[in-house]
Design a protein around this ligand. Structure first.
Ligand code: GLC
Length: 446
């Protein structure tokens, strides 16, 4: 039986020297035997349960900026006049079925949910809203993209998330609401109205992902009332922290930093340097980088939301497809080491990273050094080891300082990362300072 109820205290006490341990990213609740963060209320635990298991999601940035192909911030960064920007709608022509392609790609990559930009900062609504004509039924595709997306996600068995930008560069009150009370009233009513439509007309929605709250604060947006409406309409939904309230989870962007105090978190990241399609951006992450990021998120109890920026016709850039296919192939063998991971304390190696399920430590070797690998300072006895890709057992020796795995193939058996499952006699922790202090030395002249 796997022990999944490990607490921070138990983990610390399991190691020889508490001072040597890297601080754990957050505590797990021990007393109730629940591995999920103790900072969550029981209602949050209920609503977040699927999401903690999901671990991996697809972010989709799709809007008029996809047609402009120069980054989703171009309207502001290049100071494009509104009337000129609106014309991009003529070139925003997603082919029928593209949402299904995104969903299939997400599923085959091992992702369990998707989050689509229903409205980004540009203000264009990807659905059949009654509150503005600046939408995808009236202009551009002349179709309800949100509807197609929701149907596609459900058809592939994926959870459905809506990204929604509070900041709006198109609406006449989008900036003046900061200083003009009547404008604020109108704009807040418009915003709440759009969110109400999204959460009323498309069935069960699993995630509401707010973004950029400029130029108002929580009081200005009436964010308490906003969230109250959201939960009335969708009692099982989870919301993020970008409407100036804490919400259910935090959103470190382009970095992997675990939240303090047991809060749920999700690291969102681009595959190159842009969220929206940018034709000339060739700074693609490798599949190895993506897999390593996913491992690091899972190790520290977080989720990984990885972005695609489809082109104006809805197709996904070929470089993204290539990387995601490689990640998907890895996930088919190694997915359980991510989905079923508990908080994992070991992290030190210069060629591997780690995840853990119960007493099993997964050593994910990303730079394969050849016939042997080692872990320094492992504070648990290894009982068995095997290569996850082939199931082949791995021989090893262990003393107080080193677990030495030997007889390995010269070339990495898996790609882009090879995982070795090491079953231990207790929850594995690592203490490298113990090694530094205590490993026998040789005296001068001896
Ligand atoms: C930022 C950017 C935005 C992107 C988002 C994703 O807030 O303004 O373009 O959608 O991050 O997290």
């Amino acid at each position: 039986m796997m022990d999944t109820s490990i607490s921070r205290r138990k983990l610390l006490m399991g190691a020889a020297s508490a001072t040597a341990l890297t601080a754990l990213p957050h505590a797990a609740s021990a007393e109730d035997g629940d591995p999920r963060p103790h900072a969550e209320t029981s209602d949050q635990k209920r609503r977040l349960a699927w999401w903690h298991q999901a671990k991996f999601g697809m972010f989709i940035h799709f809007g008029l900026y996809s047609a402009h192909a120069r980054h989703e911030w171009a309207m502001e960064d290049e100071a494009i006049p509104v009337a000129e920007y609106e014309k991009f709608a003529d070139f925003y022509k997603p082919k029928p079925g593209c949402a299904r392609e995104w969903a299939r790609l997400a599923k085959s990559t091992g992702m369990k949910y998707m989050v689509l930009t229903t409205k980004h900062h540009e203000g264009f609504c990807n659905w059949d809203t009654k509150l503005t004509n600046y939408n995808s039924v009236h202009l551009g595709p002349q179709r309800d993209i949100v509807r197609e997306y929701v149907d596609a996600a459900r058809a592939e068995g994926l959870r459905v998330g809506f990204y929604y930008s509070l900041m709006d560069w198109h609406h006449p009150d989008g900036a003046r609401c900061q200083t003009d009370a009547a404008a604020r009233r109108r704009f807040v009513d418009y915003t709440h109205g759009l969110i109400r439509e999204l959460l009323t007309n498309y069935g069960t929605i699993d995630i509401l992902w707010y973004d950029v709250a400029w130029p108002l604060d929580a009081a200005g947006w009436e964010s308490e009332r906003m969230n109250k409406m959201v939960f009335e309409l969708q009692p099982n939904i989870i919301v993020n922290n970008r409407n100036k309230l804490p919400g259910d989870f935090s959103t470190p962007e382009q970095k992997i930093v675990a939240e303090e105090g047991g809060r749920a978190w999700e690291s969102c990241m681009t595959l190159n340097g842009s969220w929206g399609y940018q034709r000339a951006d060739d700074s693609w992450k490798s599949a190895k980088t993506v897999v390593r990021n996913l491992i690091d998120c899972a190790r520290d109890g977080g989720n990984y939301l990885l972005n695609i920026g489809p082109m104006a016709d809805g197709s996904v850039p070929i470089e993204s497809v290539r990387v995601l296919n490689e990640v998907g192939a890895w996930m088919r063998t190694n997915g359980d080491t991510i989905y079923r991971s508990d908080l994992c304390q070991p992290r030190r190696s210069n060629y591997a990273s780690f995840t853990r399920t119960g007493n099993t430590l997964y050593m994910h070797v990303h730079y394969w050094p050849g016939s042997d690998v080692s872990i320094g300072g492992l504070q648990a006895k290894a009982l068995s080891a095997k290569l996850l890709k082939t199931g082949a057992p791995v021989t090893f020796t262990q003393d107080a300082y080193r677990l030495h795995l030997t007889g390995l193939p010269e070339h990495a058996p898996d790609s882009p990362v090879t995982t070795i499952a090491i079953e231990c006699d207790k929850v594995p922790t690592q203490d490298n300072i113990f090694v530094r202090k205590n490993r026998p030395r040789r005296g001068v002249g001896v």
